[in-house]
Design a protein. Sequence first.
Length: 278
Amino acid sequence: MRVVLLTLLSMLAFAANSLLCRLALKSGSIDPASFAAIRLASGAAMLVLVMRVRRVSPVAHGSWAAAFWLFAYAATFSLAYVRLPAGVGALLLFGAVQATMVGAGLWRGERLSQRQWLGLVLAMGGLVALLLPGLSAPPLGSAALMLAAGVGWGAYSLHGKKAINAGAATAGNFVRAVPFAALLVAVCATQWSVSMLGLAYALCSGAITSGLGYIVWYTVLPRLRSSSAATVQLSVPLLAALGGTLLLGEDWTQRLGWTGLAILGGIALVVMAPRRSV
């Protein structure tokens, strides 16, 4: 029961990142560059605090390459949510993450089964259908930014697979991402706009739903089978879409429902079967 509760808590935290970011930017409480920077800095502070309690030095873990991809994800994630609904954004992000990781596997010589190829085609078809022009289509520029965020998170996840201590590596990467975020804020200095409410949203996203969320996830992850861990993450876009509808007043359109089913169903076909190596 403890594993189930911790898993649910971490999935809610991941979905909450989309809701907090969209809420902050939709209300104009903060600019996207400041949101990303505060999220990374507060996440780094929380993770360093946890690592100190565990007597682990985060600086000894992680890498600058992984930190750059973490920053790239956080920056484009925030920029995308200026105009993108929470559920659509989470769906695009998750699809791009999985596509990036599958693509990297194919590049390394991994082979997919027929069922996995079917899933990949289904998921990609769902993404294309979601982005086709129409009244309920998301803004193309914002969608492209979120797809870029997914590529960034996918690349970051691939770096994370090499980590011996995932929690410490995450802390080290967050710390290294702070200088990148500071540079972004400096470049966007003319657009600074941070209210107390926006600051609170960013701090909550960084310290709680990112920092503590990752700690909870990496605590429970060793107790889950790989297929279970991959499958349970399919709930994140759904939770974000439900939260967007219930808490932010966003529309749940037929396009979102059907394309979401295709994307998540296709990803499930890919991740729930073992890949074969050449």
